[in-house]
Design a protein around this ligand. Sequence first.
Ligand SMILES: [Zn+2]
Length: 259
Amino acid sequence: MLCYPDRRSALRAGAAAAAGVLTAACGTDARTPPGPPAEAASAKPAPVRAAAAPRRFPGQPVEIAHGPRDRPRVALTFHGNGDPSIARAVLAEAERAGARVTVLAIGSWLDAHPDMARRILDGGHELGNHTQRHLAINDMPEAEAYAEITGCAQRLKRLTGSIGTWFRPSQTQYATPLVKELARRAGYPHVLSYDVDSLDFTSPGAAAVIRTVTGTIHGGSVVSLHFGYADTVDAMPPLLEELARRKLRAVTTTELLTS
Ligand SMILES: [Zn+2]
């Protein structure tokens, strides 16, 4: 499943990119209504937490789509873009349930909302690179694709001291061999794919998001979700409840792959 909802949106994204406009999200849907008010993370003093550097996981393929199947853990991974109040609401729901997530941030989003990098790390979550502009990276010439990876990496480094723990290619579930090589060159031994696509970016309603995820998730799964969509916020509490009922712990991707 590609990282955009349909051909129409993909074309819209392409047109926006061609016009030099930053696209909104995987779904490139600018109609997302404002989310609930940001949760009060501001009241607590900000602990200094350094982002982890990427590392190699021996025994894992270059492109990781899931973790060990024999352990009751899953990783919820988010495309980091869109209205920061929605992002904060998703993070707050995760934290309320004791879940840790992985956020793959778009560089242009970090430019617009640099405080989100700290917010994500302070919640105990992982932060990674989802390219600078979220274009169709598999189709780009080498130099441009590399610049998309390093552009976001530089921003993460400046904001957090690390290029981010993970790299996920934009507008695709799987990277081409070239993109994998460029990611390696930029400092990421692995690229992070997923095996469960929530399709939340199509705004199908929270119930559908929950159904899609709970219908396919199992131990070791890496789930693709998105900031920027109200359905995702609404889906989080019941989804996390259902995971708890199945005794599946939502952990960071590093935890998923670490015994
Ligand atoms: Zn994306």
